[in-house]
Design a protein around this ligand. Structure first.
Ligand SMILES: *Cc1c(COP(=O)(O)O)cnc(C)c1O
Length: 394
């Protein structure tokens, strides 16, 4: 038997309704959305247009502000590299900027891009987070300055689930004329996102984190007040207004749109249900294991389906081995195979065993209360046994 899946931050299954929407576009409706001369192309183009509106509706954008990509890694690359390249070409952006700001808990597809720019001589400030995993706004205020091109802060963290105050972050950035990008891979479809209300300029999302297919994502690029222009990463046929050339992945885009629509309609109920399951999980672990269970990240500003806990008196590696019937990740999971504490755990000061002996639970659409009770049993038994072993050998 495969382990119980509680790793919905890593990826999610395609919702059956999404799959049903996608299937015709692999076979009988296989047209190229760029074929303007015949009905095969028109049908594909119509489906892409509908998906663009569905994605836009999820984040309160207009359809023309949505560019389809292969996922959040590509969207993050396009946003950051696109702004910097545009600046270097002497257009768009602000003044003579040579500075970008990001945070210590970003996804690697943001951090590595920023790191690469730093080695090319761009000035990069990596702002820290508080002990509960929220961006240090005072440090952000000090970091942003005239000449800051871009501030990139994730909407919600993929390990500890903390939700950042985007509107406040955008206000700080805009006060100095910097653009704001947010990696919303974990937030989109889970919490309400409003690109108008929060005033972000660029936003990345990806279908496979919200019950759509892998390899299909989008970048929101603000088109008015101000109109943002980016230098593309991929040149060619000029699809997506020239911002992302290449034949559109029509089934993937249809799946992204359908998944976005379902999330928009069901998000409230789903997060209430998953929040209750998450609380049941935490309460169960606390009552079975008592002291020595620590929640990582704010409980106040957090994705409803996330729980990240550390256990005193156990070793990270041994814990994961003992939990072989649960599909979860640990605080060392990001650099997979390595035992190093993740950069997110490090950033919140959860170093050493506190960082390693931790579990990320990501609950999702198919999980039931019975499954949560099973998970409580398994974790309590594993931690109890490991503590007893450590205790007896001490
Ligand atoms: C999953 C994830 C990504 C990468 O998305 P892909 O579509 O897999 O490239 C980027 N950022 C965050 C926060 C993520 O959780």
């Amino acid at each position: 038997m495969k382990p119980l899946y509680l790793d919905y931050h890593a990826t999610t299954p395609v919702d059956p309704r999404v799959l049903a929407a996608m299937l015709p576009f692999f076979s009988e409706r296989f047209g190229n959305a760029a074929s303007r001369q015949h009905a095969w192309g028109w049908e594909a183009r119509d489906a892409v247009d509908a998906a663009r509106s569905q994605v836009a509706a999820l984040i309160n954008a207009s359809a023309g502000e949505i560019t389809f990509t292969s996922g959040a890694s590509e969207s993050n690359n396009l946003a950051i590299k696109g702004v910097v390249a545009r600046r270097r070409a002497g257009e768009g952006g602000s003044g003579s900027g040579n500075h970008i700001v990001t945070t210590a808990i970003e996804h690697k597809s943001v951090l590595d891009v920023c790191q690469a720019f730093r080695s090319e001589g761009l000035d990069v400030t990596v702002v820290g987070v508080t002990a509960d995993g929220l961006v240090d706004l005072d440090a952000l205020r000090q970091a942003v300055r005239p000449g800051t091109l871009l501030v990139s802060v994730m909407a919600a963290n993929n390990e500890i689930g903390t939700i950042q105050p985007l509107a406040e972050i955008a206000a700080i950035a805009h006060a100095h004329g910097a653009l704001v990008h947010t990696d919303a891979a974990q937030a989109a479809g889970k919490v309400p996102i409003d690109v108008v209300g929060s005033d972000v300029d660029l936003l990345s999302l990806t279908a496979h984190k919200f019950y759509g297919p892998k390899g299909s994502g989008a970048l929101f690029v603000r088109r008015r007040k101000p109109r943002i222009s980016l230098t593309p990463l991929i040149a060619g046929g000029g699809q997506e207004g020239g911002l992302r050339s290449g034949t559109l992945n029509v089934p993937g885009i249809v799946g992204l749109g359908s998944a976005a629509e379902i999330c928009r309609l069901e998000m409230d109920d789903e997060s209430r249900r998953l929040g209750a399951l998450r609380d049941r999980l935490l309460d169960g672990l606390m009552s079975r294991l008592g002291d020595g269970v620590h929640v990582n990240g704010s409980m106040r500003s957090r994705l409803a389906h996330n729980l990240h806990v550390s256990f005193d008196g156990v070793e990270g590696e041994a814990l994961l081995m003992a939990l072989s019937d649960l599909a979860v990740s640990t605080g060392s999971a990001c650099a997979s195979g390595s035992q190093a504490v993740s950069h997110v755990m490090e950033a919140i000061g959860a170093t050493g065993d506190r960082g390693r002996a931790s579990i990320r639970f990501g609950l999702g659409r198919t999980n039931t209360a019975d499954e949560i009770d099973l998970a409580i049993d398994r974790v309590a038994a594993a931690v109890g046994a490991l503590r007893a072993r450590v205790g007896s050998s001490a």
